[in-house]
Design a binder for this molecule. Sequence first.
Ligand SMILES: Nc1ncnc2c1ncn2[C@@H]1O[C@H](COP(=O)(O)OP(=O)(O)OP(=O)(O)O)[C@@H](O)[C@H]1O
Ligand SMILES: C[C@@](O)(CCO)CC(=O)[O-]
Ligand SMILES: [Mg+2]
Length: 387
Amino acid sequence: MEVKARAPGKIILSGEHAVVHGSTAVAASIDLYTYVSIQVHPSTENDDRLTLQLKDMALAFSWPIGRIKEPLSSLGGPFPSTPTSCSTASMKLILALVEEQNIPEAKISLASGVTAFLWLYTSILGFKPATVVVTSELPLGSGLGSSAALCVAFSAALLACSDSVNVDMKQQGWLIVGESELELLNKWAFEGEKLIHGKPSGIDNTVSTYGNMIKFRSGNLTRIKSSMPLKMLITNTKVGRNTKALVAGVSERTLRHPDAMNSVFNAVDSIGKELANVIQTPAPDDLSLNAKEEKLEELMEMNQGLLQCMGVSHASIETVLRTTLKYKLASKLTGAGGGGCVLTLLPTLLSGTIVDKVISELESCGFQCLIAGIGGNGAEICFGASS
Ligand SMILES: Nc1ncnc2c1ncn2[C@@H]1O[C@H](COP(=O)(O)OP(=O)(O)OP(=O)(O)O)[C@@H](O)[C@H]1O
Ligand SMILES: C[C@@](O)(CCO)CC(=O)[O-]
Ligand SMILES: [Mg+2]
């Protein structure tokens, strides 16, 4: 039987990087998803393989089950109900399995995703032969949480295959996962994110798991309900970057200037708390909605300034900021920065003509613009026929 899972990408409205150092951050899911489908095969003993197809990249990786079992059986898994961290010794063994697949040099950044897959697969399902297919609507390595969506979708599909997710299999279509199972799959996804990000805060996998909007601090989430329409333009600078390296860069800067950086992180913490309050406070009329949007714009600009202090902006991001400012629109980078995506708040009363103009100017610089739906469902699973 085929089991499918999907998990959304995200935007960070405030607090990226500082959240790794204990500050408050606010994030929301977007309606772009990563999909994972798993078909477990009956064991035939001779011909058993685990195959991973990355459909969008036209890549497939395949290992004889025996080749995986031989080095990894010492792990003692599968233990679907107890998320565990990948030890350095296991990491070495998994890296060797990934290396022997000879990923083309131009696509070598995918190796960390494949590593996370092998860890999650063997830890949750053990050594069952299967074909796993991944597709995604998210741009990879662009700040929209592709790594977290991948780990959440893997964990959801694997837990569903291991019978650790309690849903009515007779139901059709995408099924929302129950609360205690969400907690379990979020923990597994975090273990996968660790293999891709090095030192993640957990905000990306948490918002992808639970969906909607969250306030996140030191591993704890508070769900937020927005009381205002939030329309964001997302501009992808298409400048590639790697979250792990950017997070490590901020930590190094913090070691060099601990007092200054801690003041920056404190300021970001205050911005995140204020932003969450603004978003949640009801706006009874247009005037108060305008005032709230102006506050949000100012908070986004302040956060962007502090992200520059952390050293994670980029010339391409500055070009987006300058361009949107010409139209009096406020922007900030989202996700790890260093390129990737920029958010621009589109106020409710902004005319469609202005939106078209700003998009066409940004696109003439070679950037890609999209307006995504904000705050939809988190991880979902689906059994049998596709939908
Ligand atoms: N659909 C996918 N297929 C294979 N690998 C993927 C996929 N999505 C993400 N990855 C893995 O995640 C890596 C990108 O993760 P990274 O954390 O750098 O960026 P991001 O998650 O898109 O942005 P951010 O962390 O800033 O939100 C890719 O290089 C790849 O290893
Ligand atoms: C840069 C960062 O803060 C967000 C990436 O989307 C990293 C993290 O929190 O794990
Ligand atoms: Mg990521």
